[in-house]
Structures are given as structure tokens and as C-alpha cells.
Design a protein around this ligand. Structure first.
Ligand SMILES: [Zn+2]
Length: 161
């Protein structure tokens, strides 16, 4: 069975206990930018309910042009004001480098990615860099951003100051 078939079945169960429609504006006026890592169930680990927050995810939870695009829409159209970053231990982006990953893709496909991989070796430094990029973005209404690192071995979230 393909994963989508399992998901469609699971959705029937979800829809049967669906509580009803909610407002599009996140109730807690917060946007979370996080890594796509499969070990981070963000709503559970952050104490969020459906409808509470925007969640923007990518490899590493890094700040790219598309992250800024989503946050700008989140703030200007849907009223969020706080930004919370969630990076984590044992991230896949720590396991490679810009050069090695671009080489790997090029060898497998014949095409070298034109975009940066955004590999990093120090997760705290990467969180600080992401906070800096968001604070410097001229498109956001609010630059209230704080960053965290989630420990995938303990489930604990630690703020990076
Ligand atoms: Zn990651």
C-alpha cells in the first residue's frame, strides 16, 4: 500500500471527529519556522492546538527567500506578530557541507543546484544567524523573534540567547 493510501484511510478517521471550521488567522498570532525533521511533532512539543499558529518548515528550518515570503504573508494578511525558530540536534544539514552535497546531487543527476544548501556545523550559531536575518528583513511588521534548539534525544526545547 502506498503511503498516500494509508493517509487517505487515516483521514477518514480524522474527519469523523473533526471539530469544525476555525478562523484562518492563527489564534495565538505566532508563526513557527522549523526544520522538516520527522522527529519533531511541533504542535505537541510546543503545546499548540489546531488553529493556533502558522508552521513554516524546510530542511534545517533556515531563513530563505521563501521563508520570508511566508512570514510576510503571515504577518501582513493573517495577523501574526511573534516568530519562533525551532532547530534541533542531529540535523541532516550538519551531516553534509555545501560542497559535498552539491557534488552528490551533480554526480547523481548531472545538475548542480544553483541554490545554497545552507549546511551548518554549529546549531546555536545557525539559530542566531536565522534570528539576525529575520530582524534585518525590511518586509516584516514585527521583528519579535526568538530561537530554540530541540533535543531529539530528550524531547527538551532550549532557547538560544
Ligand atoms: Zn533538521
Amino acid at each position: 500500500m502506498a503511503e498516500i493510501d494509508r493517509m487517505l484511510l487515516a483521514n477518514e478517521e480524522w474527519a469523523s471527529r473533526f471539530p469544525g471550521a476555525l478562523a484562518a488567522r492563527p489564534a495565538r498570532a505566532v508563526a513557527v519556522v522549523a526544520c522538516m525533521d520527522s522527529r519533531m511533532p511541533l504542535f505537541g512539543l510546543l503545546g499548540l492546538a489546531v488553529g493556533d499558529a502558522h508552521v513554516i518548515r524546510n530542511a534545517g528550518g533556515v531563513v530563505t527567500d521563501d521563508t520570508i515570503r511566508s512570514l510576510t504573508i503571515s504577518q501582513h494578511l493573517l495577523g501574526t506578530r511573534e516568530i519562533v525558530l525551532v532547530h534541533h540536534t542531529e540535523c541532516g544539514l550538519e551531516a553534509t557541507t555545501e560542497q559535498a552535497f552539491a557534488d552528490q546531487v551533480e554526480q547523481a543527476t548531472g545538475h548542480r543546484p544553483p541554490w545554497p544548501v545552507r549546511a551548518f556545523s554549529d546549531v546555536d550559531a545557525d539559530v542566531r544567524e536565522s534570528m539576525r536575518l529575520l530582524r534585518e528583513s525590511p518586509y516584516l511588521l514585527s521583528h519579535e523573534v526568538r530561537g530554540t534548539v530541540y533535543d531529539v534525544a530528550t524531547g527538551r526545547l532550549r532557547e538560544v540567547v
